[in-house]
Design a protein around this ligand. Structure first.
Ligand code: FAD
Length: 521
């Protein structure tokens, strides 16, 4: 076997997967058909859940240094400011990162690529996957260099992180149903001045469409996203200068541009692969699902596909779990992708529709609804959980189990375990629970009851136990999230709850681990 896992594609998804596998001791070969890293910004919203994962990977500080924190989004209708969505306050207490980080995809890729190199693995550029055949126990793949030379290698598993036109998907015969939207998007990185609120996202809704302005690093530097006017839609040589008149027509004197450093147009599709797996091949990121950029979810969803698959694949490669554990990748990630596709599709149709009625809806009704909704703290909090992706759960997964007696209001099996600040020793100080969790292992959080006796639970060295003592500070923090005392939570390496219940019994945990996780302990 030439490698345990062949990662095809060194975009954000492939780089995240390779990092997560390598730090779990898996042999990885990562290839990309391009000559080097992409220099395009493309996606630029990094969500809180991604920053939590970056923190575990040891790259969050670099991302925070390079990016710009957007703590609010302002909604403008026909040039009038209608509402401000406070992205920051709504996420306070729910995550260490209560904001959207504006950081270009190229920077994200560079940071993850550097980390991978630190771990001893470099991307093999100029290497394209051109053939794939599943054999018993391995996948035979043909790799091609730009000079036309071919080589054949054997990989235990293949991860198709190769984008919307995925070769892994096509060679596996997996269909990609969906359709293109008729609209063509443009994205531009430009120096601009106008009514925009500095350092925040600005959403301009117009009778004829919309423009989004994201603050970028540097003075007056904005990423502008909009739709190409209908008259220019069928041309493939559209320039920034060509779309400026439509921007000016709607924004009037309120907006002026100096330089434009990057401009691109693209047609968006909404599609989801019929399967995310064919035996030893997996699909992740854009190879598995593509949708409109509304809500800045695309890149983040791919990163979390990788985080979901990595720990499972590592356990299987290392013979610590049966291959059946891998069935849960598709079971958990397909519903996330489908839900995302449906919500972004509905929102997208409303914001881009050319009809007069939609124009009225956009500028008169949508903006007012947003203004009203965002004056309600509860709605803000729910909106933050959705957009930041911290609310994604796998409650219906076969890996998720909540034992009887645990109140419905408490975090349940499948939820991302909440961010808490607790005292881990009665005489100790308050610590950040996320810093204590080890994402290369399972964590058992034992609350308000004694630790299991020494030697009774260790899952073959894969478990860390954290005992949360009864303490007035802990009482307040646990009550805030409605976690009862006593209770226990077995947290998976990706931060989601596997098993939870009230009274901890070692036998119940062992049964869960062997029957559901299929771990060999
Ligand atoms: C112009 C533009 C603007 C965008 N703006 C946004 C935005 O604002 N917000 C947002 O969320 N999303 C946006 N997106 C989408 C976002 O870029 C994608 O969701 C993200 O890139 C997906 O990452 P990925 O790693 O899954 O795939 P990709 O980034 O597409 O990476 C796939 C990689 O696989 C390589 N590859 C492909 N085939 C092979 C092969 N056979 N062999 C070897 N290598 C191969 C490619 O060279 C590429 O490097 C935008 C996309 C475009 C094109």
């Amino acid at each position: 076997m030439d490698t345990d896992v062949l990662v095809v594609g060194a975009g954000p998804t492939g780089l995240m997967l390779a990092n997560q596998l390598v730090r779990r001791g898996v042999r990885v070969l990562i290839i990309d058909r391009h000559a080097g890293p992409s220099l395009q910004t493309r996606a630029l919203g990094v969500q809180a859940r991604t920053m939590e994962i970056y923190s575990k990977l040891g790259i969050v500080d670099r991302a925070l240094d390079l990016g710009k924190r957007a703590t609010g989004a302002n909604i403008w209708a026909q040039g009038r400011k209608m509402a401000r969505v406070p992205l920051g306050e709504a996420g306070q207490g729910a995550t260490p990162y209560p904001f959207i980080l504006i950081l270009g995809q190229d920077d994200n890729e560079r940071i993850m690529g550097d980390k991978l190199r630190d771990l001893g693995v470099s991307v093999q550029w100029n290497t394209e996957l051109v053939g794939l055949e599943q054999e018993p126990g391995a996948v035979a793949v043909a790799l091609q260099r730009p000079d036309g030379t071919n080589r054949k290698i054997h990989a235990g598993w293949v991860a198709g992180c190769d984008g919307a036109r995925s070769s892994v998907r096509e060679l596996s015969g997996i269909t990609f149903p969906g359709a293109p939207y008729e609209h063509v998007f443009f994205v531009a990185d430009a120096e601009a001045t106008g009514s925009m609120v500095q350092d925040e996202v600005n959403v301009y809704l117009w009778q004829e469409g919309f423009h989004l302005l994201f603050p970028m690093r540097g003075k007056d530097h904005w990423r502008i996203v909009g739709i190409v006017p209908p008259t220019l839609r069928d041309r493939d040589d559209v320039t920034f200068e060509a779309v400026i008149p439509s921007l000016r027509k709607e924004a009037g004197a309120g907006l002026s541009f100096k330089t434009c450093t990057w401009f691109s147009t693209y047609r968006i599709h909404h599609r989801s692969a019929s399967h995310f797996r064919d035996r030893r091949c997996f699909l992740l990121g854009d190879a598995a699902h593509i949708h409109s950029p509304v809500g800045a979810q695309g890149m983040n969803t791919g990163l979390q596909d990788a985080y979901n698959l990595a720990w499972k694949l590592a356990l299987v490669v290392k013979d610590r779990a049966q291959a059946a554990l891998l069935d849960s990748y598709e079971e958990e990630r397909v519903p996330v992708a489908r839900r995302l596709l449906n919500t972004t599709d509905r929102a997208f149709r409303l914001v881009v529709s050319d009809s007069r009625l939609a124009g009225l809806l956009r500028t008169k009704i949508l903006a007012r609804i947003a203004a009203f909704a965002m004056s309600r703290e509860r709605i803000q909090r729910v909106a933050f959980r959705i957009v930041s992706q911290i609310g994604i759960h796998y409650r219906k997964s076969s890996l998720s189990k909540s034992l009887e007696g645990l109140p419905e209001s408490a975090p349940r099996g499948g939820d991302r375990f909440p961010w808490l600040r607790l005292k881990f020793r009665a005489d100790g100080s308050v610590e950040d629970l996320f810093q204590k969790l080890d994402d290369t292992q399972f964590d058992l959080i034992v609350i308000g009851q004694p630790s299991p006796p020494e030697g009774t639970l260790n899952l073959g060295g894969l478990l860390r136990i954290h005992v949360i003592p009864v303490d007035p500070i802990n009482d307040v923090e646990l009550a805030r999230i409605q976690i009862p005392q006593p209770s226990f939570y077995l947290v998976r390496p990706d931060g989601h709850v596997g098993l939870c219940g009230v009274r901890l019994e070692a036998a119940a945990v062992e049964r869960y681990v062997s029957e559901r996780l299929r771990l060999a302990i």
